[in-house]
Design a protein around this ligand. Structure first.
Ligand code: UDX
Length: 437
């Protein structure tokens, strides 16, 4: 089948390449000429495990093309919308400029029977407004809202073998035709056991924000417990293990630490709150403001621990910051707690040297004032304090005995509870984790 993917950022670039893997011919479209040029040469504009391989083979066979001209979507039968919905400047609401531009740009090229598939995360109510625009255009095309649940670091796998599919469709026969067509597109991605939820537009939109709100709440819940553990001498990791044995709770996403970041969870909970307020139901999700606050407090907590540890050396002490990306196996520094901690410590006068296996370029573009190194030994050399804020395997595997020979002072703050506290203490380090003594 011929497909177009409009928006070749994180979601779109992965989706376009993955759809070729599923057997389709795809054109990827984006307004960013540099990004399109890179993608056309088979080079991903960001790091994502496995993407380079599928992008290279898809472009080499000629079954994946890229263009900056939306007119090149003409002739495709299914059009995916994967543009960004960033936080609006000066507000918590989502900025729908790119979604609206993608739809209005696409309208003249839609043909009878075409399917537009919305994948971007949007405020509830957007899909029915867009469906009306498509109907009014008289093109005979229809709309499905098909939220994307991919995780960075596992994006290719999550797209090719999704753990569930959600289709928000128009009522009646038009909706049934959309379901059949989208099932055809995803045929080789759908296993017998893949759950499929077919629903209305509003539910499909809400599923996505509700899922992210739940995950964010789970993380902030355990971080709130870490705050209590910190003043009582309890151990939040053991607490998480113990409550996680209850299958109704589950252990996943109960890792206390410096909190969540990235391009999705923080902005999505804020946009959800803003949308609920617009709908007169602000109180229903007022707790998400608390979730956000708890999350941001974790960053301040790590900075406070660092300033206490440095004491008089705060203004010229060397701090080795291990990690910049919002999570391991990603070069994404959007709303990254790790980068935020590095910037805050630098702002307080510390001499910060930050290390990350993949994100230095992205961090440097945002914060040229920091010093960076991609060599762990150089980063640790003569440090007065070491702060681990992203649990990359290469940091978790650092030998504390070896590290002790490099630093000036053996103090480490483990902002991700990723290290073996006993081993670090045995090597003479003062070790502080998150919510554990
Ligand atoms: C998230 C959702 O998981 C995904 O389904 C959605 O499509 C997009 O948003 P992603 O942003 O890739 O995916 O990251 P995720 O793995 O969810 O991690 C988000 C943040 O939470 C990271 O900063 C991570 O370090 C943090 N986190 C995660 C914790 O602090 N503790 C945990 O237990 C789990």
């Amino acid at each position: 089948m011929k497909l177009s993917v409009i928006g070749c950022g994180y979601l779109g670039a992965v989706h376009a390449s993955a759809m070729v893997e599923l057997g389709h011919d795809v054109v990827g479209i984006d307004v960013d000429a540099d990004k399109i040029a890179q993608l056309a040469q088979g080079r991903p504009p960001f790091f994502e495990p496995g993407l380079s391989e599928i992008l290279t083979s898809a472009t080499a066979t000629g079954r994946l093309r890229f263009s900056t001209d939306i007119a090149d979507a003409a002739g495709a039968q299914v059009h995916f919308i994967g543009v960004g919905t960033p936080q609006k400047a000066g507000s918590h609401a989502a900025d729908l400029t790119y979604v609206d531009a993608a739809i209005t740009g696409l309208l003249p090229y839609l043909a009878e029977g075409d399917l537009v598939v919305g994948k971007s995360t949007v405020p509830v109510g957007t899909a029915s407004r867009l469906a009306d625009l498509i109907t009014e255009s008289g093109s005979g095309a229809s709309l499905v809202w098909n939220p994307e649940f991919l995780r960075e670091g596992f994006a290719v796998q999550d797209t090719i073998s999704p753990d569930r599919l959600v289709y928000g469709v128009a009522p009646g026969e038009a909706g049934e035709r959309s379901v059949a067509l989208l099932n055809e597109v995803y045929a080789s991605a759908i296993a017998a056991e893949t759950p499929l939820v077919v629903t209305d537009y509003a539910t499909a939109e809400l599923v996505k924000v509700a899922a992210n709100a739940f995950l964010a709440t789970k993380i902030s819940f355990i971080n709130a417990m870490a705050e209590i553990a910190e003043v009582t001498g309890a151990d939040v990791t053991q607490l998480a293990d113990a409550i996680g044995f209850d299958a109704r709770i589950g252990r996943r996403f109960l890792n206390a630490g410096v909190g969540f970041g990235g391009g999705c969870l923080p902005k999505d909970i804020r946009a959800f709150t803003a949308r609920a307020e617009e709908l007169g139901r602000g109180e229903s999700v007022a707790f998400l403001k608390e979730v956000d606050q708890i999350n941001l407090r974790r960053r301040s907590h790590v900075v406070d621990l660092a300033t206490t540890a440095l004491g008089d050396r705060l203004h010229d002490g060397k701090v080795a910051v291990l990690g910049l990306s919002f999570k391991p196996h990603s070069d994404d520094v959007r709303d990254s707690p790790a980068l935020d901690v590095a910037v805050q410590l630098h702002g307080l006068g510390a001499d910060v040297l930050a290390n990350d296996p993949k994100s230095i370029e992205n961090a440097q573009a945002k914060h040229p004032q920091l010093r960076y190194s991609d060599v762990i030994a150089d980063t640790l050399q003569d440090a007065d304090l070491v702060v681990l804020v992203t649990e990359w395997p290469e940091f978790v595997e650092i030998d504390p005995v070896w590290a002790a020979t490099l630093v000036k002072t053996r103090i480490i703050i483990d902002g991700r509870n990723a290290l073996d506290a006993a081993a670090w203490r045995a090597a003479g380090w003062s070790y502080t984790g998150m919510g554990r003594s």
